[in-house]
Write a protein that binds this ligand. Sequence first.
Ligand SMILES: *[C@@H]1O[C@H](CO)[C@@H](O)[C@H](O)[C@H]1NC(C)=O
Ligand SMILES: *[C@@H]1O[C@H](CO)[C@@H](O)[C@H](O)[C@H]1NC(C)=O
Ligand SMILES: CC(=O)N[C@H]1CO[C@H](CO)[C@@H](O)[C@@H]1O
Length: 326
Amino acid sequence: MLLKNLLAVAATASTAFAAKLEWFGINESGAEFGEKNFTGVYGKEFIWYDLSTLDTFMANGVNLFRLNFLMERLTPKSLTAPLDKYYLGNLTEQVDHITKAGKYAMIQPHNYGRFESNIITDVAAFKTWWQNVATQYKDNDLVIFDTNNEFHDMDQQLVFDLNQAAIDGIRAAGATSQIITPEGNSWTGAWTWVSSGNGASLINLKDPQNKLVYQMHQYLDTDGSGTHAECVSATILSERLKAATAWLKENKQKGFLGEFATGINDNCIAALRDGLKYMNDNSDVWTGAAWWAAGPWWGDYMYSIEPPSGPAYTGIFPKIKEFFAV
Ligand SMILES: *[C@@H]1O[C@H](CO)[C@@H](O)[C@H](O)[C@H]1NC(C)=O
Ligand SMILES: *[C@@H]1O[C@H](CO)[C@@H](O)[C@H](O)[C@H]1NC(C)=O
Ligand SMILES: CC(=O)N[C@H]1CO[C@H](CO)[C@@H](O)[C@@H]1O
Protein backbone atom coordinates (compact mmCIF):
# COMPACT_ATOMS: atom_id res chain seq x y z
CA MET A 1 0.00 0.00 0.00
CA LEU A 2 0.93 3.63 -0.23
CA LEU A 3 2.53 3.94 3.19
CA LYS A 4 5.10 1.39 2.16
CA ASN A 5 5.82 3.32 -1.03
CA LEU A 6 6.38 6.42 1.04
CA LEU A 7 8.77 4.56 3.27
CA ALA A 8 10.64 3.15 0.29
CA VAL A 9 11.05 6.60 -1.22
CA ALA A 10 12.23 7.97 2.12
CA ALA A 11 14.74 5.16 2.51
CA THR A 12 16.54 6.16 -0.66
CA ALA A 13 16.68 9.88 0.17
CA SER A 14 19.86 10.94 1.88
CA THR A 15 19.35 12.99 5.01
CA ALA A 16 21.74 13.71 7.86
CA PHE A 17 19.30 12.20 10.32
CA ALA A 18 17.77 8.86 9.29
CA ALA A 19 14.23 9.98 9.95
CA LYS A 20 11.54 7.32 10.02
CA LEU A 21 8.28 9.16 10.72
CA GLU A 22 6.04 8.72 7.67
CA TRP A 23 3.72 11.68 8.10
CA PHE A 24 4.79 15.31 8.34
CA GLY A 25 1.52 17.07 8.97
CA ILE A 26 0.11 20.56 9.25
CA ASN A 27 -3.27 21.48 10.69
CA GLU A 28 -5.10 23.83 8.34
CA SER A 29 -7.40 25.97 10.42
CA GLY A 30 -9.96 28.62 9.43
CA ALA A 31 -13.02 26.83 8.03
CA GLU A 32 -14.06 26.16 11.65
CA PHE A 33 -13.58 29.80 12.76
CA GLY A 34 -16.64 31.66 14.01
CA GLU A 35 -17.39 28.44 15.84
CA LYS A 36 -20.67 29.56 17.39
CA ASN A 37 -22.04 31.10 14.22
CA PHE A 38 -24.07 28.45 12.40
CA THR A 39 -23.73 28.55 9.58
CA GLY A 40 -21.82 31.81 9.12
CA VAL A 41 -20.65 33.33 5.87
CA TYR A 42 -17.58 32.39 3.85
CA GLY A 43 -15.01 35.16 4.07
CA LYS A 44 -16.67 36.75 7.14
CA GLU A 45 -16.93 34.07 9.83
CA PHE A 46 -14.71 31.50 8.18
CA ILE A 47 -12.17 30.94 5.44
CA TRP A 48 -10.76 28.02 3.45
CA TYR A 49 -7.08 27.45 2.78
CA ASP A 50 -4.93 28.98 0.05
CA LEU A 51 -4.08 26.27 -2.44
CA SER A 52 -0.76 27.99 -3.12
CA THR A 53 0.08 27.76 0.60
CA LEU A 54 -0.58 24.03 0.48
CA ASP A 55 1.83 23.90 -2.49
CA THR A 56 4.49 25.75 -0.49
CA PHE A 57 4.22 23.20 2.31
CA MET A 58 4.25 20.25 -0.08
CA ALA A 59 7.35 21.61 -1.80
CA ASN A 60 8.97 21.66 1.64
CA GLY A 61 8.22 18.07 2.62
CA VAL A 62 4.78 18.23 4.22
CA ASN A 63 2.78 15.17 3.16
CA LEU A 64 -0.34 15.35 5.32
CA PHE A 65 -2.89 18.09 5.97
CA ARG A 66 -5.41 17.88 8.77
CA LEU A 67 -8.31 19.90 7.36
CA ASN A 68 -10.37 21.63 10.04
CA PHE A 69 -14.03 22.31 9.37
CA LEU A 70 -17.39 22.41 11.20
CA MET A 71 -20.05 19.73 10.95
CA GLU A 72 -22.79 22.38 11.31
CA ARG A 73 -21.65 23.97 8.05
CA LEU A 74 -21.45 20.72 6.12
CA THR A 75 -24.87 19.49 7.28
CA PRO A 76 -26.76 22.57 8.49
CA LYS A 77 -29.21 22.10 11.38
CA SER A 78 -29.12 18.29 11.48
CA LEU A 79 -26.60 15.46 11.42
CA THR A 80 -28.65 13.69 8.78
CA ALA A 81 -29.24 16.76 6.56
CA PRO A 82 -27.99 16.77 2.95
CA LEU A 83 -24.42 18.04 2.55
CA ASP A 84 -24.14 21.77 1.79
CA LYS A 85 -23.09 22.03 -1.84
CA TYR A 86 -20.68 24.93 -1.40
CA TYR A 87 -19.05 23.97 1.87
CA LEU A 88 -18.59 20.44 0.53
CA GLY A 89 -17.33 21.94 -2.73
CA ASN A 90 -14.61 23.82 -0.88
CA LEU A 91 -13.64 20.83 1.26
CA THR A 92 -13.44 18.60 -1.82
CA GLU A 93 -11.41 21.20 -3.71
CA GLN A 94 -8.83 21.11 -0.91
CA VAL A 95 -8.86 17.31 -0.68
CA ASP A 96 -8.42 16.94 -4.44
CA HIS A 97 -5.60 19.47 -4.57
CA ILE A 98 -3.69 17.64 -1.85
CA THR A 99 -4.31 14.08 -2.98
CA LYS A 100 -3.65 14.76 -6.68
CA ALA A 101 -0.17 15.74 -5.50
CA GLY A 102 0.10 12.33 -3.81
CA LYS A 103 -0.22 13.68 -0.25
CA TYR A 104 -2.68 12.77 2.50
CA ALA A 105 -5.81 14.80 3.30
CA MET A 106 -7.32 14.22 6.74
CA ILE A 107 -11.05 14.99 6.92
CA GLN A 108 -11.44 16.47 10.39
CA PRO A 109 -14.72 17.70 11.86
CA HIS A 110 -13.51 20.15 14.52
CA ASN A 111 -16.50 19.54 16.78
CA TYR A 112 -15.34 18.17 20.15
CA GLY A 113 -18.13 15.54 20.02
CA ARG A 114 -20.73 18.32 19.88
CA PHE A 115 -23.27 19.61 17.36
CA GLU A 116 -24.68 23.12 17.77
CA SER A 117 -22.91 23.15 21.16
CA ASN A 118 -24.70 20.05 22.47
CA ILE A 119 -22.96 16.73 23.09
CA ILE A 120 -23.90 14.34 20.29
CA THR A 121 -25.98 11.51 21.78
CA ASP A 122 -27.74 10.29 18.61
CA VAL A 123 -25.18 7.62 17.72
CA ALA A 124 -27.18 6.36 14.74
CA ALA A 125 -27.37 9.85 13.24
CA PHE A 126 -23.63 10.28 13.74
CA LYS A 127 -23.10 7.03 11.80
CA THR A 128 -25.31 8.41 9.01
CA TRP A 129 -23.31 11.66 8.99
CA TRP A 130 -20.10 9.72 8.50
CA GLN A 131 -21.62 7.40 5.92
CA ASN A 132 -22.79 10.43 3.89
CA VAL A 133 -19.42 12.18 4.15
CA ALA A 134 -17.31 9.08 3.44
CA THR A 135 -19.41 8.33 0.35
CA GLN A 136 -17.93 11.50 -1.19
CA TYR A 137 -14.37 10.23 -0.77
CA LYS A 138 -14.72 6.46 -0.90
CA ASP A 139 -12.58 6.09 -4.03
CA ASN A 140 -9.73 8.27 -2.79
CA ASP A 141 -7.11 6.18 -0.96
CA LEU A 142 -5.21 9.25 0.24
CA VAL A 143 -8.07 10.49 2.40
CA ILE A 144 -7.85 9.78 6.13
CA PHE A 145 -11.01 10.02 8.23
CA ASP A 146 -10.64 11.67 11.68
CA THR A 147 -13.75 10.73 13.70
CA ASN A 148 -13.96 14.06 15.58
CA ASN A 149 -11.65 16.63 17.11
CA GLU A 150 -11.02 16.31 20.87
CA PHE A 151 -13.96 14.74 22.66
CA HIS A 152 -13.97 16.06 26.22
CA ASP A 153 -16.07 15.97 29.40
CA MET A 154 -18.17 13.17 27.96
CA ASP A 155 -19.23 9.74 29.12
CA GLN A 156 -16.46 7.34 28.05
CA GLN A 157 -18.92 4.78 26.68
CA LEU A 158 -20.46 7.48 24.48
CA VAL A 159 -17.01 8.43 23.15
CA PHE A 160 -16.45 4.76 22.34
CA ASP A 161 -19.88 4.42 20.71
CA LEU A 162 -19.41 7.53 18.54
CA ASN A 163 -16.00 6.33 17.36
CA GLN A 164 -17.45 2.88 16.55
CA ALA A 165 -20.38 4.50 14.71
CA ALA A 166 -17.95 6.58 12.64
CA ILE A 167 -15.98 3.46 11.70
CA ASP A 168 -19.16 1.56 10.83
CA GLY A 169 -20.57 4.45 8.78
CA ILE A 170 -17.35 4.97 6.84
CA ARG A 171 -16.99 1.29 6.00
CA ALA A 172 -20.71 1.03 5.12
CA ALA A 173 -20.13 3.82 2.57
CA GLY A 174 -17.75 1.51 0.74
CA ALA A 175 -14.69 3.42 1.89
CA THR A 176 -12.68 0.35 2.74
CA SER A 177 -9.10 1.26 1.85
CA GLN A 178 -8.74 4.42 3.93
CA ILE A 179 -7.18 4.86 7.34
CA ILE A 180 -9.50 5.96 10.13
CA THR A 181 -8.11 7.83 13.12
CA PRO A 182 -10.21 7.61 16.31
CA GLU A 183 -9.82 10.31 18.96
CA GLY A 184 -10.34 9.97 22.70
CA ASN A 185 -12.01 11.81 25.57
CA SER A 186 -10.03 14.37 27.66
CA TRP A 187 -9.08 16.35 24.53
CA THR A 188 -7.43 13.13 23.22
CA GLY A 189 -4.31 14.01 25.23
CA ALA A 190 -1.35 11.68 24.82
CA TRP A 191 -0.20 12.32 28.38
CA THR A 192 -3.55 11.16 29.80
CA TRP A 193 -4.32 8.49 27.19
CA VAL A 194 -3.90 5.67 29.70
CA SER A 195 -4.82 7.45 32.97
CA SER A 196 -8.07 8.90 31.53
CA GLY A 197 -9.35 5.47 30.55
CA ASN A 198 -9.19 6.16 26.80
CA GLY A 199 -6.76 3.30 26.25
CA ALA A 200 -8.78 0.67 28.09
CA SER A 201 -11.97 1.72 26.31
CA LEU A 202 -10.88 2.50 22.75
CA ILE A 203 -8.74 -0.61 22.34
CA ASN A 204 -12.07 -2.40 21.90
CA LEU A 205 -12.96 -0.51 18.71
CA LYS A 206 -13.49 -2.90 15.81
CA ASP A 207 -12.54 -2.07 12.23
CA PRO A 208 -13.18 -4.89 9.73
CA GLN A 209 -10.35 -3.43 7.59
CA ASN A 210 -7.88 -3.18 10.50
CA LYS A 211 -6.81 0.31 9.49
CA LEU A 212 -7.09 2.31 12.69
CA VAL A 213 -4.40 4.79 13.71
CA TYR A 214 -5.09 6.23 17.18
CA GLN A 215 -4.83 10.00 17.24
CA MET A 216 -3.51 11.88 20.26
CA HIS A 217 -2.67 15.55 20.87
CA GLN A 218 0.06 16.99 23.05
CA TYR A 219 1.03 20.51 24.07
CA LEU A 220 4.09 21.26 26.18
CA ASP A 221 2.94 24.05 28.50
CA THR A 222 2.23 23.49 32.22
CA ASP A 223 -1.43 22.54 31.85
CA GLY A 224 -1.02 20.93 28.43
CA SER A 225 -3.60 23.31 26.97
CA GLY A 226 -1.54 24.86 24.20
CA THR A 227 -2.19 28.39 25.38
CA HIS A 228 1.28 29.39 26.59
CA ALA A 229 4.55 30.06 24.78
CA GLU A 230 6.68 28.38 27.47
CA CYS A 231 7.49 24.69 27.75
CA VAL A 232 7.78 22.84 31.06
CA SER A 233 11.25 21.45 30.27
CA ALA A 234 13.52 20.45 27.40
CA THR A 235 12.34 16.82 27.69
CA ILE A 236 8.64 17.34 28.34
CA LEU A 237 7.39 16.05 24.96
CA SER A 238 9.15 12.68 25.23
CA GLU A 239 8.06 12.38 28.87
CA ARG A 240 4.44 13.10 28.03
CA LEU A 241 4.50 10.48 25.25
CA LYS A 242 5.92 7.61 27.30
CA ALA A 243 2.77 6.01 28.73
CA ALA A 244 0.95 6.26 25.39
CA THR A 245 3.94 4.78 23.56
CA ALA A 246 3.97 1.82 25.95
CA TRP A 247 0.22 1.39 25.42
CA LEU A 248 0.61 1.40 21.62
CA LYS A 249 3.40 -1.19 21.84
CA GLU A 250 1.59 -3.48 24.29
CA ASN A 251 -1.48 -3.43 22.10
CA LYS A 252 0.38 -3.55 18.75
CA GLN A 253 -1.33 -0.37 17.54
CA LYS A 254 -0.24 2.71 15.57
CA GLY A 255 -0.47 6.28 16.83
CA PHE A 256 -0.46 9.73 15.23
CA LEU A 257 0.22 12.99 17.05
CA GLY A 258 -2.50 15.08 15.42
CA GLU A 259 -1.71 18.36 17.22
CA PHE A 260 1.42 19.70 18.85
CA ALA A 261 2.89 23.20 19.10
CA THR A 262 5.05 25.45 21.24
CA GLY A 263 6.25 29.02 21.39
CA ILE A 264 9.56 29.87 19.81
CA ASN A 265 12.36 29.70 22.37
CA ASP A 266 15.39 27.49 22.98
CA ASN A 267 13.76 25.40 25.72
CA CYS A 268 10.74 24.55 23.55
CA ILE A 269 12.81 23.83 20.45
CA ALA A 270 14.97 21.45 22.50
CA ALA A 271 11.82 19.77 23.80
CA LEU A 272 10.42 19.41 20.27
CA ARG A 273 13.62 17.90 18.93
CA ASP A 274 13.95 15.53 21.89
CA GLY A 275 10.32 14.45 21.51
CA LEU A 276 10.50 13.97 17.74
CA LYS A 277 13.71 11.98 18.18
CA TYR A 278 11.84 9.83 20.71
CA MET A 279 9.01 9.29 18.23
CA ASN A 280 11.58 8.27 15.60
CA ASP A 281 13.11 5.80 18.05
CA ASN A 282 9.61 4.39 18.43
CA SER A 283 8.54 4.60 14.81
CA ASP A 284 7.25 1.02 15.02
CA VAL A 285 4.19 2.63 16.65
CA TRP A 286 4.34 6.36 15.81
CA THR A 287 3.40 7.32 12.24
CA GLY A 288 4.03 11.06 12.45
CA ALA A 289 2.81 14.38 13.77
CA ALA A 290 0.93 17.50 12.65
CA TRP A 291 1.77 21.02 13.80
CA TRP A 292 -0.97 23.28 15.17
CA ALA A 293 -1.55 25.33 12.97
CA ALA A 294 -1.53 27.04 9.60
CA GLY A 295 -4.36 29.09 8.14
CA PRO A 296 -4.84 32.48 6.50
CA TRP A 297 -6.44 34.25 9.48
CA TRP A 298 -4.01 33.53 12.34
CA GLY A 299 -2.12 36.84 12.06
CA ASP A 300 0.72 36.90 14.57
CA TYR A 301 -0.68 34.00 16.70
CA MET A 302 2.33 32.51 18.49
CA TYR A 303 1.94 29.01 17.01
CA SER A 304 1.09 30.10 13.44
CA ILE A 305 3.08 28.23 10.81
CA GLU A 306 1.41 29.98 7.88
CA PRO A 307 3.96 30.95 5.20
CA PRO A 308 5.63 33.27 4.69
CA SER A 309 5.49 35.16 8.00
CA GLY A 310 3.83 32.96 10.64
CA PRO A 311 6.29 32.94 13.57
CA ALA A 312 6.59 29.14 13.56
CA TYR A 313 7.16 28.98 9.80
CA THR A 314 10.51 30.68 10.19
CA GLY A 315 11.19 29.83 13.86
CA ILE A 316 10.18 26.15 14.12
CA PHE A 317 9.59 24.56 10.71
CA PRO A 318 13.29 24.41 9.67
CA LYS A 319 14.21 22.95 13.07
CA ILE A 320 11.76 20.03 13.08
CA LYS A 321 11.72 19.11 9.39
CA GLU A 322 14.65 16.69 9.61
CA PHE A 323 12.69 14.37 11.91
CA PHE A 324 10.26 13.42 9.15
CA ALA A 325 11.04 10.90 6.41
CA VAL A 326 9.83 13.09 3.57
C1 LIG B 1 -23.37 35.24 12.03
O1 LIG B 1 -22.84 35.72 10.81
C2 LIG B 1 -23.76 36.53 10.07
C3 LIG B 1 -23.18 36.81 8.68
O2 LIG B 1 -21.88 37.32 8.72
C4 LIG B 1 -24.06 37.78 10.87
O3 LIG B 1 -24.96 38.61 10.18
C5 LIG B 1 -24.66 37.37 12.21
O4 LIG B 1 -24.85 38.51 13.02
C6 LIG B 1 -23.79 36.39 12.94
N1 LIG B 1 -24.51 35.84 14.07
C7 LIG B 1 -23.97 35.70 15.27
C8 LIG B 1 -24.83 35.07 16.30
O5 LIG B 1 -22.83 36.06 15.54
C1 LIG C 1 -16.73 27.76 -1.82
O1 LIG C 1 -17.71 28.47 -1.06
C2 LIG C 1 -18.11 29.69 -1.68
C3 LIG C 1 -19.05 30.39 -0.71
O2 LIG C 1 -20.16 29.60 -0.43
C4 LIG C 1 -18.77 29.40 -3.02
O3 LIG C 1 -19.10 30.61 -3.65
C5 LIG C 1 -17.80 28.61 -3.89
O4 LIG C 1 -18.44 28.24 -5.10
C6 LIG C 1 -17.31 27.37 -3.15
N1 LIG C 1 -16.29 26.70 -3.95
C7 LIG C 1 -16.47 25.48 -4.47
C8 LIG C 1 -15.32 24.93 -5.25
O5 LIG C 1 -17.50 24.85 -4.33
C1 LIG D 1 -4.34 24.93 21.12
C2 LIG D 1 -5.23 25.59 20.14
O1 LIG D 1 -4.84 26.50 19.45
N1 LIG D 1 -6.44 25.12 20.09
C3 LIG D 1 -7.41 25.67 19.17
C4 LIG D 1 -8.06 24.56 18.46
O2 LIG D 1 -8.96 25.05 17.52
C5 LIG D 1 -9.98 25.83 18.06
C6 LIG D 1 -10.86 26.25 16.94
O3 LIG D 1 -10.16 26.91 15.95
C7 LIG D 1 -9.44 27.01 18.84
O4 LIG D 1 -10.50 27.70 19.47
C8 LIG D 1 -8.45 26.50 19.87
O5 LIG D 1 -7.86 27.58 20.53
